[in-house]
Design a protein around this ligand. Structure first.
Ligand code: ZN
Length: 313
């Protein structure tokens, strides 16, 4: 099979790209994400048509945030778009006239990294996406593992703190409340309020108010050596690495791939994650350890992965 299209449905933008068998993106386009479910279907179809052009496209893969059924056809539940048992595959196929598969967005990103990014050459990788929340994907034995009902790899909602912080999912103490972009901002705000003398750069970026601190401020301040910003990254990394140790007990992969906006900071966050991972890995000194690698495809992983999954079925 030749060219396929990968579609990445984000909270604000829908991105579509024509992708070849090597994972190279030949053409892309972006449209704003509509607010209604019907609007999103229209926008996907428009984006697919716009990017197709003269290319002979054989299939379309859609990466969507939410629970996707094991047939890769229906979005059972989506947190951002109001989808409840949405037959997305059928609806988009009717519009674009080519076969369509629907994948969970974190699974699509994991597959993209496994095939063409940091996971190349590995057979068993676990991908973690540290974005606003925490997403995951499982590739074991060179296969994407979706589980019986299609919803495996939802690591963000593993409960790591009994009776811990309330999560948007309705549970308490979920991992993403402690290891995610949102958690990073919370750490920075709390620490800046408690010890403003150690957060001068951070506070100036937040207009002097701890509540004015946003994610990009923490990154910027950490790069400039702000102690509270650096400490906030370390706290996030501590939770992330401890979780990886748990996942190693479950899956025993050869590599963890860390993607998402938070991982853009590279070793600033990856080194403390590695340290925490070693600290919490049972028998860590007496066994081979998985590598902890930075994702390589950045924001394109989901698009490339969805396109490739449409090709390989
Ligand atoms: Zn949760």
């Amino acid at each position: 099979m030749g060219l396929t299209i990968g579609v990445d449905i984000g909270g604000t933008k829908i991105a579509a790209g024509v992708v070849d068998e090597e994972g190279s993106i030949l053409e892309t386009c972006k449209v704003a994400t509509p607010t209604t479910p019907e609007g999103v279907v229209d926008a996907i179809a428009d984006a697919v048509r716009a990017v197709s052009g003269d290319h002979r496209v054989e299939a379309v893969g859609i990466g969507a945030a939410g629970y996707v059924d094991d047939k890769r056809a229906t979005v059972l539940f989506a947190p951002n778009v109001n989808w409840r048992n949405e037959p997305l595959k059928d609806k988009v196929e009717q519009r674009v006239g080519t076969p369509v598969v629907v994948e969970n967005d974190a699974n699509a990103a994991a597959w993209g990294e496994y095939r063409f990014g940091a996971g190349k050459g590995h057979e068993d990788v676990i991908c973690i996406t540290l974005g606003t929340g925490l997403g995951g994907g499982i590739v074991i034995g060179n296969k994407l593992r979706r589980g019986r009902f299609g919803v495996a790899g939802e690591f963000g909602h593993i409960r790591v703190v009994p009776d811990g912080l309330l999560c948007g999912c309705g549970s308490q103490g979920c991992w993403e409340q402690y290891a995610s972009g949102r958690a990073l901002v919370r750490y920075a705000r709390q620490r800046a309020a408690a010890t403003p003398e150690n957060a001068e750069i951070l506070l100036s970026l937040g207009q002097g108010d701890p509540l004015g601190i946003e994610g990009q401020h923490v990154s910027e301040a950490a790069r400039q050596g702000d102690p509270v910003a650096i400490d906030s990254f370390r706290e996030l990394a501590r939770w992330a690495g401890a979780g990886l140790a748990d996942l190693a007990s479950l899956f025993d992969p050869s590599a963890f791939i860390i993607g998402g906006g938070v991982s853009d900071e590279g070793d600033l966050v990856l080194e403390p994650i590695r340290k925490s991972f070693r600290r919490w890995l049972v028998g860590g000194e007496y066994r081979p350890r998985a590598q902890v690698l930075a994702a390589r495809l950045g924001g394109k992983a989901g698009m490339v992965g969805a396109a490739d999954l449409a090709r390989h079925g």
